[in-house]
Design a protein around this ligand. Structure first.
Ligand code: FES
Ligand SMILES: [Fe+2]
Length: 364
């Protein structure tokens, strides 16, 4: 484990309840980051599309006639109306307002009563382009057509570290969401806080040897593994409700430990010998957050039983404990004191990357 004597908590209390902070986050954190946007398998054929919010922006991700994925801003180039909502399949995006039509490549194809507009150059009026990347069958989007930081750079370290899971060979077993009454950052901070494992999960994670854990920080990303105590290995194997992922047998043992990882800004990832779970966080208000869980693994087990124990940790323990901070964050005496230099250092890193983005690009 890395030691960092400089670990410190860097955000003020207002960042956890003030609407103006959430507005800045939408503008500069969510619209300035690569965001998890679901599975490529949800868009299997040409014309399949889904919409996705990235801060104040809304994007359309669509598979075109060549099988490639494209991403556009979901706003018409005439008077800006929203083109589509949710998900579906189409050959053309037709604006509901005055029926301008766009191809799956975003190009403007048709304008009713075109003579009304004088010399209209259709080529200049395609949908504003955004970016989409597929990593192991997982989609990530960015609001810019040419982001300053590529997805490969954004996920450096984490993408290599988690490649062993070969997520594109896993199947979606379960998808569910829940909301909790706390700021989204409190969940992230708790997720990358090693210290709480002993005290918030004494029963649910009591069979893990936290002192033998492995914690890795890669820029703004974080990966960690928590091994099962040797005396509990046999029993925990026998009680696992999901089948083992076969290809993890051939790789380092840490991939079979309980993994907790994080891709900045809002994607906690949990892993283990039988699962890969993505849990993206969407701030609904400064004090209410939605968690979307996508559980991947090998079919044939009892995904409901797995989710029950997963939710005991994430929903009944983690989301509940962070509420105890949210409830007092407006108190006149609320302040964060010293934090643990090794076990809470990742929070310090999270704040550093957050603060680098929150005020937008320099000279913007
Ligand atoms: S706003 Fe889309 S066609 Fe007018
Ligand atoms: Fe936890």
């Amino acid at each position: 484990m890395t030691d960092n004597t400089q670990a410190s908590y860097k955000l003020p209390a207002e960042a956890y309840f003030d609407q103006s902070w959430l507005d800045k986050e939408k503008l500069n954190i969510f619209a300035g980051s690569w965001l998890f946007a679901g599975l490529a398998s949800a868009l299997p054929a040409p014309g399949h599309y889904k919409t996705f919010s990235a801060g104040f922006d809304e994007l359309i991700v669509v598979r075109d006639g060549n099988g490639d994925l494209n991403a556009f801003h979901n706003t018409c180039r005439h008077r800006g109306a929203r083109l589509v909502s949710g998900q579906g399949q189409c050959n053309t995006f037709v604006c509901p307002y005055h029926k301008w039509g766009y191809g799956l490549d975003g190009d403007l194809r048709g304008v009713p009563q075109r003579e009304q507009y004088g010399n209209l150059n259709l080529k200049e009026l395609g949908l504003h382009k955004a970016s989409v990347e597929s990593w192991m069958g997982l989609l990530f989007v960015h609001v810019d057509e040419q982001p300053v930081v590529s997805f490969a750079q954004w996920s450096t370290g984490l993408a290599d570290e988690l490649a062993a899971f070969k997520v594109d060979q896993l199947q979606l077993l379960k998808q569910e969401s829940f909301t909790f009454d706390a700021n989204w950052k409190l969940y992230i901070e708790n997720h990358i806080d090693w210290l709480h494992l002993w005290y918030v999960h004494p029963e649910t994670l009591g069979k893990l040897e936290h002192s033998d854990g492995k914690i890795m920080q890669f820029g703004s990303s974080f990966c960690s593994y928590d091994p099962v105590k040797p005396e509990h290995e046999a029993a925990s194997l026998a009680s696992n409700p999901l089948p083992d992922i076969p290809h993890l047998k051939d790789v380092d043992k840490r991939y079979s430990d309980i993994g907790a990882h994080f891709l900045f800004p809002n994607l906690p990832i949990f892993t283990g010998r039988s699962f890969f779970a993505l849990t993206d966080l969407v701030p609904l208000t400064p004090e209410k957050t939605q968690m979307n869980i996508s559980l991947l693994g090998i079919p044939g087990g009892d995904a409901d039983a797995f989710m029950e124990s997963f939710n005991q940790v994430t929903k009944d323990e983690d989301a509940v404990i962070i509420k105890t901070i949210q409830q007092v964050v407006r108190s006149s005496r609320f302040a964060v004191g010293p934090i643990a230099h090794t076990y809470e250092n990742a929070i310090s890193c999270f704040h550093e990357h957050y603060l680098n983005l929150i005020d937008g690009p320099p000279n913007a």
